[in-house]
Design a protein around this ligand. Sequence first.
Ligand SMILES: Cc1ncc(COP(=O)(O)O)c(C=O)c1O
Length: 414
Amino acid sequence: MNNTSDLDLPVLTQQRQEMQLAQRLNRVAEPQTIRMAKLGRELKAKGINIIDLSLGEPDFRTPDHICDAAVKAMEEGYFKYTPVMGMPELREAICQKLKRDNGLEYTPEEIIVSTGAKQSLANVILSIVDPGDEVIIPTPYWVTYSALVELAEGKVTYIPCGIEDDFKLTADRLEKEISDKTRMFIFSSPCNPTGSVYSHEELVALAEVFKRYPNVVIVSDEIYEYINYNGKHESIAQFPELKDRTVVINGMSKGFAMTGWRLGYLAGPKAIVQACEKLQGQFTSGANSITQRASIAALTSDLGPTFKMTEAFRERRDFVIDALRNMPGVKINNPEGAFYAFPNISSFFGKTDGNTTIIDDEALSMYLLHNAHVSTVNGGAFGNPDCIRISFATSMDKLKEAMQRISDALAKLQ
Ligand SMILES: Cc1ncc(COP(=O)(O)O)c(C=O)c1O
C-alpha cells in the first residue's frame, strides 16, 4: 500500500528542492541522446508509433557462441570478484586481438579492462587531466568526451571540422590550435556522430604534428573499429613515436552487439594503466566476471558473426544515405564507419509548416519527433548545430518508414 498521503507531497517536493548537491554536478548535463530516447518512449507510452533513431545501439542479438561462453562460465562457477585490471586470460586475449587485427604489440600490464569504453574514458581523463589543463577535441565529437573533461575541470578547445572535410581534422587545423599547454587530444575513428574514418595518410599527417608536442596524451576511441565499410581499421597507436603516449579505447558493445554486458578496455603506457587501476579500484573494481569470460570467447574466436552484422549496417547505410541525398535541402557526407548519418539540415532554419518555425537544430529534431514521429538527436549535442544525428542501427523496414516520414515532414517546411 502506498502510505504517502496527498498532504505529504508538497513537503517531499520541498525537501527535494532543498537538497544541496555538489557543485560538480553543475558541470554535467544529461546526454541529449538519452533525453531524446526518453521523450520518444514517453510518446510511445501514449500510443504514438515512434520510430527511435536516437540511440547508438546495435539491434542484433549477441552471437550465440558468446552467450554459450557466458552460460559455461556460470556452470563453472565464475562468481567471485576478479582482479581490478581484469582476468589475466582476458587481458592476454586483448593483447592477441590488438596484434591480430591492428598489428599492435602490447603486454597484459599495458591493458586494463573496465565496465565499458565509457568507464575507460572516464578513467583515463580523470587520471591525466588536472583543473585548467587544455584538452583538444575536434568537433563533431561524442558527447561524453567534453562532459568528462569538464568533470575533471579541464578546459576544452574545440576544433570545428565541417562537412567539406568529411568532418575530419586536418594537420593544418591541428597545428593552429595545439601548443605546449595542450595536455590531451581525444577523437574517435570511426566517428560517432559522423561515421568518418581516418585513412592511414590522414593519421600520418596528424602524427607528424603530435610528434612535435611530446606532452600531449592521445586518446583514440576505436569502439566502432569493426563497423567499417572501407575495409582496414587504422589506429594512431601504430606510430612508434606516439605509442608510449597513446591510449587506445575499445570494447565489446558495438562490434559484438554486447551493449548491456558492459565491457570495455584500454591499452596504453603502464603508468596510465596503473593510474586507471587505482581509480577503478575505488569506483567499481573488476568488471562483471561472466562478461569477462564471454568476452574471451568473442575476442579469440571467428569474427564471422561480427562481419555479418557490419554487412547489414552497410546495406542500411547505403539506403539511408541515398534517401537523405534525395531530400531537397539536406546535405550529407558518406559515412565509412559506425551506424550514424549526420546530415546538415541548416537550410531549413527559418522555415515553417504554418504551425512550427524551425529556429535551430533542436527545433528541427523536435519537429521530426512530433510531426514525423521519428526521434533523432540535434547536432548541437555533438558540437555541430547545423546537423542532426540519425542512427541506422535498426531494421530496414523501420528505416524505410522513417525516411519516408522525414522526407514528407521536411517537404512541408516552406
Ligand atoms: C564513440 C563512443 N565511445 C564509447 C562509447 C561507449 O561504449 P560502451 O558501451 O563500451 O561504454 C560509445 C557508445 O555509444 C560511443 O559512441
